[in-house]
Design a protein around this ligand. Sequence first.
Ligand code: CA
Length: 223
Amino acid sequence: MRILLVEDDKELQRLLRKALADAGYVVDSAFDGEEGHFLGDTEPYDAVILDLGLPKLDGVAVLEKWRKAGKMMPVLILTARDSWSDKVAGFDAGADDYLAKPFYTEELLARLRALLRRAAGLAAAEIEIGPLRIDTRASRVTLSGNPVKLTSQEYRLLAYLAHHRGKVVSRTELVEHLYDQDFDRDSNTIEVFVGRLRKKLDAGLIQTVRGLGYSLDAPAAAK
Ligand code: CA
């Protein structure tokens, strides 16, 4: 999943970037509202973490502009203190959740998982697809009750497909949401990862839709 982090506090941004990357997210970041707005306007993000007190353009204005332009991605706002007026302004501008500073990184990560889940229409932290179970809290996968060992790259790919269950996800979308900008888009890395995932999972779970992409769903018999 690709996350945009807009935070002007350099130290906090550094800490959050690391925590998000460690949790397996691809992170783009901006230090001011103008750059943050531009990135959110032009790049596809699965979610945004947006500080409200920002130079050049404040967070509420950034959020209003995105929503007016029809940008639907979930947005979690960071408020400087536990100020109710900041929260109200943020929610009215289109925020989905908030955290007041200071906060624990673990809580931010849990709220982010919940936002991504809700955006995908999933109710529980555990995703069940046929014989496959994905625990998104612990990044653990089992197949018919047996643990499956995945590399972090394989897990990210599987989790992305699971959050888009039954939909065809193109190779371009996977590259955009799972890899950094320096990723070689012409390489066949995605095919290689999908091939490895298929070998570790039930072969019928990931379908190739010729010319379009991949789709993860329960095999027809197990639906
Ligand atoms: Ca700030």
